[in-house]
Design a protein around this ligand. Structure first.
Ligand code: HEC
Ligand code: HEC
Ligand code: HEC
Ligand code: HEC
Ligand code: HEC
Ligand code: HEC
Length: 450
């Protein structure tokens, strides 16, 4: 009887193989689809616009340019909005081609050489240093410029009908993968059911009498007895566990996007954005010390003695004027300010701000070294804080994040005499013209780890 069982399953082997191949091919698809969450498939209209732009500029491939732009420039530039650098839509019309090639290859060299347009731009952007891209060929730059020269895409009905659910068209969606898996399991169940039935019939035909007890366990028994099935299932489970486990472990301790509710709804958008209050007015120790610090409530009261309510136009759809006024009242309560008598009551209660950015204790990070010595803008590490209603953690704050920047950034020599000599000697040693932070020692474990 055992023999019959095996034989029957073996005849189903090709089918089983197919089923499992299918399982793997769909999981692999789903992985590649998940790897690029931020990159939606271009809609029909966008592609049409691509073609149009290519035809009109005559040079450069906008699609290739888009990829280059996202990889190299998007950290600092948006197309239509000011970010760390200026908006880049139609920048090709603003400067001549050669100027753009030179600028993108090495803007600092142009500024050092005294190019008036470059110097003016540099001053205008508070001397933020744009990364040099000597490795981009002129064709690459043409491609990027073709992308930035595209007209603003206007969504039309075609794009709506093309992707009605908003699902990415190219990859296999999660629902589909789950559906396929469910189907496979259903097939397996049906097959095993058929196997037992056939066995039963063969047994009956041969006049074999079998006991009731055996009848209850044929499915798992058939499964356990088939070594191929067991092997494939184990491999599948190990791979799946590995993939999920790796994904889980890589995000442990990474709190990118963390945005807790604060005891007072303090809006950076209103203060640093609309009212253009300098970051260092409140986070004054960023310039001179390791930490940036959160301002004491006295700093708030420099202004809020006089500002007890917000203007009507400050209210948004999300937050009403009453809400904002209530938050200022919380501030008054905390510092013990009586707005009616314009006097401090002496009854204070501390505000317990929730800390957002927090490196583990074994890592050393110093603000003044980055803000004052290197001249890095707060926004490069903290995102566009002045547009955030509620602060969120912008960077992953992983070791790889620190190291990548140290590998890519050149040591800034401007107004830093201290480095002149060591820079010269180290450049000679490494045979390079521009030293990166890595070459200066920014990859040494001891610099960041106590
Ligand atoms: C580290 C941030 C950063 C990155 C990355 C960056 N830029 Fe810039 N870019 C700037 C800043 C800041 C300016 C303004 C001038 C200055 O301060 O040097 C600028 C200016 C420009 C300008 C002049 C704009 C104008 O209005 O005249 C062009 C063109 C430009 N960048 C192209 C690029 C391209 C193309 C890339 C990607 C290959 C790129 N940038 C990557 C920061 C950056
Ligand atoms: C008027 C005072 C004030 C100004 C101006 C200001 N901040 Fe803040 N900032 C605060 C306060 C108060 C908090 C704590 C509450 C919160 O997280 O929103 C804070 C929190 C932060 C945090 C999160 C700290 C953490 O817990 O990890 C960052 C980052 C930050 N500010 C950056 C900036 C930058 C960059 C600017 C300039 C664009 C700026 N701030 C301007 C008062 C200010
Ligand atoms: C340099 C002046 C200045 C300082 C310093 C300042 N504020 Fe304000 N604050 C303003 C102005 C201006 C407004 C908006 C008034 C309006 O829109 O009409 C405002 C609005 C507010 C509001 C209502 C809108 C919102 O953000 O929810 C709160 C709450 C507030 N401030 C809290 C604080 C706290 C807490 C501090 C200290 C960490 C502080 N402010 C420091 C000038 C200041
Ligand atoms: C090179 C990246 C970088 C730059 C530039 C930078 N920060 Fe930070 N910031 C960090 C990191 C990393 C932390 C977490 C530090 C820790 O936990 O020890 C942090 C923490 C903070 C905090 C939380 C409290 C503290 O002091 O630890 C505030 C507030 C803050 N930054 C404000 C600023 C402001 C304002 C600027 C610009 C003047 C700025 N940062 C520039 C990386 C940066
Ligand atoms: C946006 C780019 C950038 C990021 C992100 C960044 N750094 Fe830096 N870092 C610099 C630059 C530029 C310098 C060189 C400053 C100077 O000229 O001394 C530097 C210098 C340092 C130094 C001194 C190195 C030396 O040789 O003396 C330490 C330590 C350091 N960074 C730690 C960190 C840590 C820890 C993180 C991550 C939490 C980090 N940095 C993230 C740009 C960055
Ligand atoms: C530029 C700064 C920097 C340098 C250089 C650096 N690290 Fe780190 N390292 C960090 C930061 C920041 C973290 C915390 C990352 C986090 O919390 O995810 C970290 C975390 C770690 C961890 C713990 C990993 C974890 O996930 O908890 C180890 C181990 C480590 N580093 C070893 C090293 C060794 C070994 C070197 C030298 C080859 C080194 N680091 C050089 C910044 C640095």
């Amino acid at each position: 009887m055992k023999k019959v069982n095996c034989l029957h399953l073996r005849s189903k082997m090709p089918l089983l193989l197919l089923v499992f191949l299918l399982t793997f091919s769909t999981t692999i698809f789903s992985q590649t689809a998940q790897e690029q969450p931020g990159a939606p498939e271009p809609t029909v209209t966008e592609m049409a616009v691509d073609d149009a732009a290519q035809a009109s500029t005559g040079s450069g491939d906008a699609a290739a340019g888009e990829a280059l732009f996202k990889a190299n420039c998007a950290a600092c530039h948006k197309l239509d909005k000011k970010a760390v650098g200026p908006p880049l839509r139609n920048v090709a019309d603003k400067h001549d081609r050669q100027w753009l090639y030179d600028w993108i290859h090495n803007s600092q060299a142009m500024i050092a050489a005294g190019d008036p347009v470059a110097v003016k731009l540099f001053e205008e952007y508070n001397k933020s240093v744009m990364t040099a891209f000597p490795a981009l060929s002129e064709t690459d730059i043409d491609n990027i410029l073709a992308y930035t020269s595209q007209p603003i895409p206007t969504p039309t009905e075609t794009s709506v009908t093309a992707t009605p659910t908003g699902e990415s068209g190219g990859g296999v969606s999660n629902a589909l993968v789950l559906g396929a898996l469910a189907l496979i399991f259903l097939l397996l169940i049906i097959m095993l059911f058929l196997v037992t039935n056939t066995l039963k019939r063969i047994a009956e035909a041969n006049g074999v009498v079998y006991e009731e007890k055996e009848k209850g366990t044929p499915i798992w028994k058939a499964f356990v007895q088939n070594q191929f099935l067991v092997l494939v299932t184990s491999i599948f489970l190990i791979l799946a566990a590995g993939y999920l486990g790796y994904g889980y472990l890589m995000q442990v301790g990474v709190d990118q996007g963390y945005s807790p509710v604060q005891p007072i709804h303090y809006s950076h958008r209103i203060h640093a954005g609309d009212n253009q209050i300098d970051c260092k007015y409140c986070h004054s120790s960023a310039r001179t010390s390791k930490t940036s610090g959160i301002p004491s409530l006295n700093v708030c009261m420099n202004c809020h003695k006089n500002i007890s309510e917000v203007a009507a136009e400050t209210a948004t759809e999300e937050h009403s004027k009453e809400f904002y006024d209530g938050e200022i009242a919380k501030l008054y309560k905390a510092v013990g300010w009586d707005a009616a008598t314009q006097q401090y009551t002496g009854k204070t209660e501390p505000v317990k701000w929730v800390r957002i950015h927090n490196l583990p204790d074994f890592a050393y990070f110093n603000h003044s070294q980055h803000v004052t010595v290197a001249g890095i803008a707060c926004q490069e590490c903290h995102g566009i804080i002045e547009e955030m209603e509620v602060v969120e953690q912008f960077a992953p704050l992983t070791m790889g994040w620190c190291i990548n920047c140290h590998r890519e950034t050149n040591v800034s020599l401007a107004s830093n005499e201290y480095y002149a000599k060591i820079h010269e000697e180290l450049s000679k040693k490494y045979g390079v013209e521009k030293l990166t932070i890595a070459e200066l020692g920014g990859l040494e474990c001891g610099k960041c780890h106590y």
